[in-house]
Every structure is written in structure tokens, then in C-alpha cells.
Ligand binder design. Structure first.
Ligand code: HGY
Ligand code: MN
Ligand code: MN
Ligand code: MN
Length: 424
């Protein structure tokens, strides 16, 4: 065993399950909900409080803390050669409006647990290691998603995000300034810094691993995603006095279009196309006023980008046929991501060792149905992901959960991988 493999094994064996579970519970308190879920949308007060909590945890582990222009937080453990690009791990700290304890948070806390394990094992790696908490991966408060990671990789993107507004018309740029002002003791670091490799640990958020009875997944890639906003214009008028054939009812236009999109998705079921019309805004949203304006979002995903090309063309043609009465704009798009084979091989080795030690089945390869910050980081450095199962395949729901045994195993695999990469 080379020193690198020995250190990697030692790091893996020093992961502490009780410490991990306590860290998950502590972070979940920020935005904790009575139903056991977490509501911690990006750059809200609870998110800023959670960031200060993470900074404290990281500093207690001896990390240096930095923040970049998109409020991405980096927790850095020095190595022997601090001039070398670090190994990056971590995930996002924000959640859906009704999220769980694990989506994003698990990957950030896993990174901090790896650092704690390295400290306990007295291992000094060659390269520094950085744990990141990305800003606004979810894209639910401010669209698009993965703002922090995409801007880190290509800083020119940030300017285009600043005018994104939430449902209260708060600008992302203003929320960002407030966030940066909330960590005055944290030095600013550059974006686009060189990284030698990146590994993100995340819950699968779907049913595949659980159904296979396998505790660890080697993520080979991430499917394509596109987000659109569709607006249907009508005219507000009285619900009781306006004859049906004299209305310009925006909802009467939106509903048939929505049905056509669902019909398109049903006809494309073989391609595993996935369609979600998740957010509807109606003006004036009154029981007895005919809707003058209906805006809804379209989230389309597929492993095959050409299917999304056809779906987008269909959507645009339907909107165009409605002339002035409808508009559509695309505000998020990412083609499929494929992680590099050498990274997959290392993840496979780490996951196999962890599951074998626990007497559990070997890892399986799978594509991610959810998008992740890793999809942009993959443009920046060799990147890969490790998955653990989600109970009943549920996520973006307060019931999101993973067997603590699997959460522990995932961090063990991460510790091995990150340590091995930091000694290369
Ligand atoms: O929507 C997604 O795929 C991610 O979980 N935010
Ligand atoms: Mn996530
Ligand atoms: Mn999510
Ligand atoms: Mn009236």
C-alpha cells in the first residue's frame, strides 16, 4: 500500500458516525420545520445564520475560511504544498422551500467530517483540501439554479444573475451584498481558482439505489435540464358579468398548453423525459376576477439532449401560434454531464472498500436525475459524485431521509477518495 492508499484508508477509518449525525442535526435546526423538514432558501436570514454556524464549525477544525463574490464559502485545510491546487469537496447549503435535512447539507457536512477524520488520524496531505458551501444551487428563490458553482467556474455569469428576483421582488444582487456583509471577518477569495479535482457526495433523491439494495452509487453523469417561464396574457374582468365568449381568460389559454406539454411528455415516455410545471403565478389571483396573466415554469429533463431540443421546439411553436397572447423565455439550460473515467475508477475503489468493510453489496453506477453543482465544476477540473440511497426515493420533501448506516458509508468513501486525491 503506498502512503497515499494508507492515508486514504486511515482517513476512511477515522470517520466518526456519531459526530456526523450530530452535525446533520445541528445544521438542520437552521430553518427546521415542525414536520421534520428544512426551509432554508438561499441567502434568507436562516441561510445566513447557517453560514455563520458552518464557519464556526470549520474554524474549530482548524480551517481557514474564505468567501468569493457569489458568497460561495470555502473551508480550507492546509497541506504540505499549499501552492498546489486543492482538492475540492462539499455541496450546497441552501434548500428547497420545503426541503429535507440532507439535500446539499449532507455533502457540506461530509466534507467537514473528512477534515475532522484527517485531524483525528494526524494525516497531513500533500495538497490542501477545500470544502465548499455553494450559493443558490436550488434556484427556487432566485432562478436559475447552481448560481454559485456556475459563477465560480465562469465569473462572467454572475452579472447576469444579479437582477433575478424572488417572489417579493428582492434582487439576488441585493441579497448577495447582504450575505457578504454578514461575514465581515471572512476574507474574500477569487473565483475560478484552480482546483486539482472535485468530489461531491449527495443523496440520490430517487429510487434506484434503494430498489437495488445497494448503499453506494458511483455517479457516471447528470442528465440535461432546461427551465422556461411561460406567460399567458389575458384581460382581467368580472367573473360574474363577462359572457364566456367575450373573455380573454389567461388561465383558459394556460391550461390547454400545459395539457399539451404533459401529452408530449407522455408520448416521449420511452426517452425518460421528465416534465414539471412547478410554479404558477396568477394575476390578480382573485376568486372573482378573470385571470389577466398566468405565468408558469417548465422544468424539462432528459438524458438525451435531442429530446429536449424537440420538446423546446414544440413549446416554442405552441407559444408562437398564440401570437401576442403568449411568451416563453428559457432561463436555465445545461446539456448532459459525463464524469471522467479515472475519477469514476477512484470512486469505485473507495466505495467498494467502504461497503466491503461493512459487509454490504458493492457500489453500482448510475446517472443522476437531479442536477448538482458538480455539473459545472466538471467544466473546471476532474469531477465525480458519490450517491447514497434516499428512503422511498423521496427528496424536495420534508420526508427526505437516508439510513444513517448509508450516510456513514458515504462519508467513508468520500474520505478515502479526497485523501487519495490530495496525495496525488
Ligand atoms: O432540481 C434539481 O435537480 C436539484 O436538486 N436542485
Ligand atoms: Mn442538491
Ligand atoms: Mn435539491
Ligand atoms: Mn365586485
Amino acid at each position: 500500500l503506498s502512503t497515499s492508499a494508507t492515508s486514504a484508508a486511515q482517513a476512511q477509518d477515522h470517520v466518526d458516525n456519531a459526530r456526523l449525525q450530530a452535525a446533520i442535526a445541528a445544521l438542520a435546526a437552521f430553518g427546521g420545520r415542525p414536520d421534520g423538514g428544512v426551509s432554508r432558501e438561499t441567502l434568507t436570514e436562516v441561510d445566513l445564520a447557517s453560514r455563520r454556524h458552518l464557519i464556526e464549525q470549520a474554524r474549530a477544525l482548524g480551517c481557514e475560511v474564505m468567501v468569493d463574490d457569489c458568497a460561495n464559502l470555502f473551508f480550507r485545510r492546509a497541506g504540505q504544498r499549499n501552492d498546489l491546487p486543492p482538492v475540492l469537496t462539499g455541496s450546497h447549503g441552501d434548500t428547497q422551500p420545503v426541503g429535507g435535512k440532507l439535500d446539499g447539507a449532507y455533502g457540506v457536512l461530509a466534507g467537514l467530517e473528512v477534515i475532522a477524520a484527517l485531524n483525528d488520524a494526524g494525516i497531513e496531505t500533500i495538497r490542501p483540501i477545500e470544502v465548499v458551501a455553494w450559493t443558490n444551487e436550488e434556484g427556487s428563490r432566485f432562478g436559475p439554479g447552481t448560481m454559485g458553482s456556475s459563477a465560480f467556474v465562469e465569473p462572467s455569469r454572475l452579472a447576469g444573475y444579479l437582477d433575478s428576483v424572488d417572489k417579493n421582488k428582492v434582487r439576488f444582487g441585493d441579497a448577495l451584498q447582504t450575505a457578504l456583509a454578514s461575514t465581515p471577518d471572512v476574507p474574500r477569495c477569487a473565483m475560478q481558482r484552480p482546483m486539482s479535482a472535485c468530489v461531491e457526495l449527495h443523496i440520490e433523491q430517487g429510487p434506484v439505489l434503494e430498489r437495488a439494495g445497494i448503499p453506494l452509487g458511483v455517479v457516471t453523469g447528470i442528465q440535461a435540464v432546461r427551465w422556461f417561464s411561460v406567460t399567458c396574457h389575458g384581460m382581467m374582468a368580472h367573473a360574474g358579468t363577462t359572457p364566456m365568449d367575450e373573455r380573454r381568460d389567461a388561465m383558459a389559454a394556460a391550461v390547454p398548453l400545459a395539457q399539451k406539454l404533459y401529452d408530449f411528455a407522455a408520448a416521449e415516455a420511452a426517452s425518460q423525459l421528465r416534465l414539471t410545471l412547478g410554479r404558477w403565478q396568477v394575476a390578480p389571483n382573485s376568486v372573482n376576477t378573470i385571470p389577466g396573466r398566468v405565468e408558469f415554469t417548465v422544468d424539462m429533463r432528459c438524458v438525451d439532449d435531442s429530446v429536449l431540443d424537440r420538446f423546446e421546439a414544440f413549446l416554442r411553436a405552441e407559444v408562437a401560434a398564440a401570437g401576442e397572447a403568449m411568451e416563453v423565455s428559457r432561463f436555465f439550460q445545461r446539456e448532459p454531464t459525463h464524469f471522467p473515467a479515472p475519477m469514476l475508477k477512484l470512486i469505485e475503489e473507495a466505495a467498494t472498500r467502504a461497503s466491503a468493510q461493512a459487509g454490504l453489496p458493492a457500489p453500482m453506477a448510475l446517472t443522476s436525475g437531479a442536477f448538482h453543482d458538480a455539473m459545472y465544476v466538471a467544466d473546471h477540473c476532474p469531477t465525480a459524485m458519490i450517491f447514497v440511497p434516499s428512503k422511498n426515493g423521496i427528496s424536495h420533501n420534508a420526508a427526505e431521509a437516508t439510513d444513517p448506516r448509508d450516510l456513514f458509508l458515504g462519508v467513508q468513501a468520500l474520505a478515502y477518495t479526497v485523501t487519495a486525491l490530495a496525495n496525488q
